[in-house]
Each structure stands twice: as C-alpha cells, then as structure tokens.
Design a protein around this ligand. Structure first.
Ligand code: SF4
Length: 611
C-alpha cells in the first residue's frame, strides 16, 4: 500500500516515506516466512544515521526466509494526514502496513523517543499496551542502549534483546521458526524466548515495591524465566556493513561509516556506553581498509566515518588513516573521526586528513578542574589541554568547540569557575597564535546519572543549583566572547527520570503520549507541562526518580539486567570518585576486574596474569 502522491505533495521531505533508495532490499513478501519491521522512533534523517540499523537490516535479510524492512516515525505533517484519513503506517520497502509483519523491532537509543514508540504503534493500528495485543498482532520487541533498564517501557514491549543483536538474533530466529511451524500461542512463544540468554520478557516477571514506594525486587512468575538476564556480547566483530542503503535526502551523518572498534576501556565514570559496550573489540586494519573500499564502490561516498567511542584509541590509528588515504587517493577520500581524545596527537591526526578542512575541531574535557576530572576518571593534565589547543591554532584552526558537563557529582562553584579559567587560557593562546580572538563554542550539558554506571546512585543536581552554575559560566565566559550553548535542563530531568525509572513509569509515558507528547527530543516539541500532568495523574514525582540520592543498598529496578560489570566494581568506582582517585585504563595496563573477567576469554587471560 503506497502513500498516494496526493499525500506526499502535502508533506515536508516526501523522500522520508518513498523508499526505493539505492541498496535497499525488497524481497518477495509472499515467499518470506518471517517478516520483520525494523523501526526507529524518530525521523528518517536520524534513523538513517544510526549504526545498528544497517547491521540488523543486512543480517536479517541475509537469511533466505526472513524479510526485514524499515520504518521511521512520521513527522507531524504526515502523522496528521494518516490520522485523519485512517491510513496505517507502512514500511518503506514493500509498503505493507506494520500490522501485517510478524515482528516489529524498535531501536531504543534515547529515552526521549519513548512516546514515539507508542505513537508509531498507534499509527500502525496496533494496540499500544502489550497486554492488549492478541495472537493476531505482531510481536513487539526492542533493543539498544536504553533497554539496559527496560522497566519504563515494559508495558509496551513483548520482549527486550539485551546486548549485541548479532549474537542473539540467530537463536531468536530459530525459536521463532519453530514457533511458527507449531502455530502455538504468543504466550508459548514468550515462554520459549525467555530461555534464550539475553532475552527479557517483562510480562513473565512480577515487580514488588516497599510500603514507602521504593522498588523492592523483581520475581520471575514462570520457571523458564531467569532471575538475571545476561547481556549478550559478540566476541569478534562481524564483517562490516559495506552496502548500506544510500538516502535520497540529506541525513544527519551524510557519509559512509565503518565501525573500527566497539567498546571503550577508559572507564569515565559518567559514561554509560563505556560500561555497557565493554570489552573493547577491534576490527583488524585490513578489514577496515577493504571495507572502506567496498563502501566507496557500493555507495559512491567519498567521505567515510571511522566510528568508535574513542577513535584515536584504535591501535595504530595514524597508520590506518595514512593507509586509507593512500589506498583511496584517486577517490579523493575524506575521513571523518567523530570522537577524539583531547591531546595533541588528535590535532596531528585530524591535520593529516586534509589540509582543506580547518572549519572546526571538537574536544570534550567535560570538567574544568583537575580535581573533578580525576573524580570522573577523565583526567587530562591542563598542560595537555593547552598544548592541544595551541597545536590546533598553530595548524590553522581558528574555531574550537569544547564540551563540558554541569552538575557532575561532587562539583562545586569553584569547579565551574575553573571551566571559565580554562576557556580564558585557551582564548589567550588563540589570540597569541592568530593575532585575534579565536572562535570558541562552549557546549554545556546537564549531567544525567545513568544505570549501570558508578554514578547510578547519585541525585541529579537541582534546578537552582544548575541555574547558579549556569549563571556563573555565562558571566565568566562573557570576557572570552565564546558562544555558550546550554540545552533546557528540564529535558535532562526527564531523561534522568526515564533512564533510572521503574515499571510504574509506563503509565506516565502512556498518559504523556495521550496528552499529545511525541518528539520529546525535539526542543520545539518538548512539552514539559504534559509530563508534569502525566506524573501528577499517575501519583508519581519526577524528583523521586531523578533527584534522590539512593542508598548503596537500595534495590535498583535494573539490577536483574547483568551487563557483565559487577555492582561491587561500580560501588568501588563510586568510592574512588568521592576520593578523587583515578582508575587506570585496562587496555594497556592491568585488568581492574570489573566483572567481565567472569565471562570474556580475553579478560580472563588478562585477569589471570594479575594473580
Ligand atoms: S575484565 Fe578487566 S580487562 Fe576486561 S574490561 Fe574489565 S577491567 Fe578491562
């Protein structure tokens, strides 16, 4: 069922809905036994820049009996038309309504997309609540970083995939094939999949709360459901995706991309990705070199991004960059390195990419003071930060972007003042090198305590505290004339609530959506009043979730999800943060016994060397 031209004429960017892009895969609907809609709860341009989607798309479509198609959240203009005309949401490839698929799989990478999941199900004419879906409805599943605390979305999702999809999907598909062949009920499928490691079926667990409202525990209600769900970890990265779909319209990351490594061992204490993607798995250089060549051939891109949580931690990155540029020089290859450490080697590396692009360079010291940097385990000696800035100015950059966080645990006004002093020193260096004031953009985000991190117990900073710190920054940075950007702290408050919430938040999300909240991640659509009303009507308080220090012994709603890093290690790291003590990176130093030595062979070997 194609959206008629009369509809496409009325919406912005119709190419969001037409499909038919280069490299998209259209399989025979009638000859495919298992039909999966890969759903991204935001607009096409964002979804098409997501790294996981092409991996799953290729992996699933490589199975002869499986068809995987894409669907993105329709923008408001399209939604209005679908609602008025009663047209169901359809996939991009075959244009089948989502309700005709066997499985709808959502990718959840940001908590503020949750209402879009509900909206997409509604527009697909599928009951939003899992409990209201029958055997005739598709199975709704979800994966991605947010599902490491799945509870807030438990009312809407039939089951969650915890960890690397590449590792779980083959077993899941076998289970699904078996279930389809036997034609038994959805309930029987759920009881079967719950036995697969890494699958969490929330309806097979009962939640208990204490009389004072605190979470007490989670209890399996069937013998097949395990008390703890282990994150699945692929030990060797599968071959890279080299034939991704090429969008017709400009998307957020409008270039090819190759994952050069997964995971990060630096152990920044605020960073959830650094915990939930451990251990580090590198792609061999030759595989990267070959993969980039295939991307150029298959997609026509001449810009490719080398994706990693910290790109210059990749061994021999200089050699890789030099080899790539040399091997593909006739294609005028441009490389983009999206996530770089704050050190002079990064400047050298970026400088080696191209002499033409000197538009902007981004570094993330995160905290201004050396004490706070030690506390968050992201210590960069001030000399090194200044040398990095000086090297950038000397190489011709006149514009730098600096990322900081406000509201970090233990942060004081003095720490914030040190951000001002640091920016001041960088500004002076620029002036000395260039003879004029450099363009400095200071981007400040509000710290959000995340589950499975050493800061999972802390309270998010209060609004007056954040306002005072923001004001101090604003006044202090005036002198440097740097541009300060500061997103709405209410958005960070909601993120903090949803990321450390429990199952009771399902009714808040549902009510906020009923009140009209969608696209909460978009400033112009974020409606805080809706959320406050949804909380009030549900008898819950945002502050209970976001702005409450939890005791180290308090049961947490996500502890049944075992990411591999132990609670004992997180507690130890939290104490070290309070003591301003660093923990060394385990990549080149000894194993810190974070917990993965129990599961991962390379970690085991490294750990054994200690004993
Ligand atoms: S187990 Fe040891 S080597 Fe493995 S990620 Fe944890 S600290 Fe690093």
């Amino acid at each position: 069922m194609t959206y008629p031209d009369s509809i496409l004429y009325q919406v912005t960017k119709p190419a969001r809905y037409t499909g038919g892009e280069w490299n998209s895969i259209v399989k025979d609907w009638d000859k495919s036994d298992i039909k999966i809609a890969l759903s991204y709860p935001d607009v096409y341009e964002l979804g098409m820049s997501n790294m996981a989607l092409p991996i799953l798309y290729e992996l699933l479509n490589s199975q002869p009996d499986v068809l995987a198609e894409r669907v993105f959240a329709p923008w408001l203009d399209m939604e209005a038309i679908l609602r008025v005309r009663g047209i169901p949401l359809v996939s991009l490839e075959s244009k089948h309504p989502l309700k005709d698929f066997d499985i709808i799989g959502f990718s959840l990478g940001y908590e503020l997309t949750y209402t879009n999941v509900l909206n997409m199900l509604y527009l697909a004419q599928i009951p939003v609540l899992a409990s209201e879906r029958t055997d005739s409805h598709p199975i709704v599943i979800a994966g991605g970083s947010c599902v490491l605390n799945p509870e807030p979305m438990a009312d809407f999702i039939d089951f969650f995939v915890i960890g690397d999809g590449e590792e779980v999907l083959p077993e899941l598909l076998d289970c699904f094939r078996d279930w389809k062949a036997k034609a038994t009920s959805k309930q029987q499928l759920l009881q079967q999949v719950t036995t697969i490691p890494g699958i969490y079926v929330p309806s097979l667990y009962q939640i208990e709360y204490q009389a004072d409202g605190l979470f007490k525990g989670i209890i399996p209600t069937v013998p097949q459901a395990k008390p703890s769900i282990k994150r699945r970890i692929v030990s060797k990265l599968p071959p890279p995706v080299t034939k991704p779909v090429v969008p017709y319209i400009e998307v957020v990351h409008d270039r090819g991309a190759i994952e050069i490594q997964r995971g990060c061992s630096r152990g920044c204490r605020f960073c959830q990705a650094g915990i939930i993607y451990r251990p580090v798995r590198e792609r061999p250089q030759e595989e990267v070199l070959q993969g980039v060549g295939e991307i150029i051939t298959n997609c026509g891109y001449n810009e490719v991004s080398l994706v990693s949580l910290c790109t210059n931690d990749y061994p021999d990155i200089d050699k890789l960059v030099a080899n790539l540029i040399h091997r593909y020089q006739e294609h005028n290859l441009t490389l983009s390195l999206p996530s770089l450490r704050t050190d002079s080697s990064s400047v050298r590396l970026v400088d080696s990419l191209s002499s033409r692009r000197k538009t902007g360079l981004t570094f993330a010291p995160e905290a201004g003071s050396q004490r706070l940097q030690r506390s968050i385990n992201k210590y960069i000696p001030e000399d090194e930060i200044l040398q990095t800035a000086a090297a950038a100015f000397a190489k011709g950059w006149s514009s730098l972007k600096l990322y900081f966080m406000l509201g970090l645990p233990t942060e004081t006004l003095d720490d914030v003042q040190e951000i001002v002093q640091l920016v001041d020193k960088i500004c002076s260096l620029g002036r000395k090198a260039k003879g004029q004031r450099p363009q400095l953009r200071v981007s400040v985000s509000t710290f959000v305590p995340k589950p499975h991190t050493p800061f999972q117990w802390v309270s998010q900073a209060s609004q007056p505290e954040l306002d005072a710190k923001h004001e101090l920054l604003k006044q202090g940075l005036r002198r440097t004339r740097s541009r300060l950007s500061w997103p709405d702290p209410k958005v960070s408050l909601l993120e903090a609530v949803l990321s450390r919430g429990d199952r009771r938040l399902g009714k808040v999300i549902y009510r906020a959506w009923q009140l009209g909240s969608t696209f909460d991640a978009w400033d112009e659509h974020f409606n805080y009043e809706n959320w406050l009303r949804a909380f009030a009507e549900s008898g819950l308080e945002p502050a209970f979730y976001a702005r409450r220090e939890r005791s180290l012994d308090e049961p947490l709603p996500w502890t049944h999800i075992d990411v591999g890093v132990t609670t004992a290690f997180l507690k130890q790291e939290y104490q070290r943060a309070l003591d301003n003590r660093e923990t060394p990176d385990c990549r080149n130093k000894a194993c810190n016994a974070c917990g993965l030595e129990r599961w991962q062979p390379e970690c085991q070997q490294k750990h054994q060397k200690l004993s």
